[in-house]
Design a protein. Structure first.
Length: 323
């Protein structure tokens, strides 16, 4: 990142290129690096009061089996998404990224990258910091704990994340840019990175999570009978600059079918997940559940599912639920 007063707009293109370099690297070292990030997260959150389990969503979980034991496929949609950012740079006609200096001066006092940046009129929307950071790799992890321990754990885990230098991209965006470039370079050189990917962490209460798992087959039945798209909202606490509720809830149906991969779950929670999955796949079959994923997916996910390895991974995931 340029330390001078002017930040060239090409910083945004550079971040897109770094993301593409990361995507094109499908070595086992990269898979093992993700495992390292997941293990660090799990080791930190085990200290949570009333801890019940963890799970991951998104990438790399939709692209790997449950054992995380394969090479990651190259996702063409991610590369297309990165090229889209570079096109935004060209269309803007700007030479300076005004957000760069603003971040350098103000990132320590910003509540997060939405409240201040989103309404700002000084930069086109497609080149604001959150849109640039969205191109960078991260790891999306969830902690399940007893409902009455959430407030206590928000403080405890935020401090533990900081102690272990495992942070969200909102904490220090300019440092995030530097760290990701260093991580990508290390992987290309065959070295296990010392630093961790940006963390997208969430906390959800045990009773809320169990209720969603238990109710999901009934929502599938209701939507099927009505010819509607199934929807179950989950609205966790998410770690940005601090813990907050995002503007929009997640559709639990999508994450549950597409990528939810559990770790460290207590026996009762594991049993509930297994029972729910078995009930779904035996009633509806793999093909119907695959089509359901498409029906609840964004356009970008639909494009990701054009990658044959991702298609196969999803169908294999759903097939295993029969066991």
């Amino acid at each position: 990142m340029n330390e001078n007063l002017e930040y060239p707009i090409t910083i945004c293109s550079d971040m897109a290129d770094i993301s593409t370099r990361f995507e094109k690297n499908n070595s086992m070292l990269k898979t093992n690096y993700y495992i390292k990030n997941i293990q660090m997260y799990n080791s930190i959150v085990k200290s949570a009061e009333g801890f019940r389990g963890t799970f991951g969503t998104g990438y790399p979980f939709y692209a790997l089996d449950g054992n995380l034991s394969e090479k990651l496929p190259i996702i063409d949609e991610q590369i297309r998404y990165n090229e889209e950012l570079k096109q935004e740079v060209e269309k803007s006609g700007k030479s300076i990224w005004t957000c760069g200096l603003c971040l350098k001066r103000n990132e320590s006092i910003m509540p997060d990258l939405k409240q201040v940046c989103k309404p700002c009129p000084r930069m086109v929307d497609g080149l604001k910091p959150r849109k640039v950071i969205n191109r960078l790799p991260d790891v999306d992890m969830w902690t399940i704990c007893d409902d009455n321990k959430i407030e206590e754990n928000k403080k405890r885990l935020a401090q533990e994340f900081k102690n272990n230098h495992y942070l969200s991209s909102d904490i220090n965006p300019t440092e995030t840019f530097k760290n990701v470039e260093e991580i990508v370079t290390d992987l290309e050189q065959g070295k296990m990175p010392f630093k961790y990917l940006p963390l997208d962490a969430h906390i959800v209460g045990y009773s809320d999570f169990v209720s969603l798992v238990a109710f999901l087959p009934y929502e599938m039945d209701r939507a099927h009978a009505a010819g509607e798209v199934p929807y179950l909202p989950i609205h966790p606490w998410s770690y940005r600059k601090d813990w907050q509720k995002d503007d929009v809830a997640y559709n639990f149906i999508f994450d549950y079918l597409y990528s939810l991969t559990e770790f460290e779950c207590d026996p009762l929670l594991k049993y509930q997940l297994t029972t729910s999955r078995n009930q779904l796949v035996n009633k509806y079959g793999v093909d119907y559940l695959y089509d359901t994923v498409l029906s609840v997916s964004s356009d970008s996910v639909k494009r990701r599912l054009k990658t044959k390895e991702v298609q196969s991974c999803l169908k294999e995931r759903l097939s295993k639920w029969k066991k």
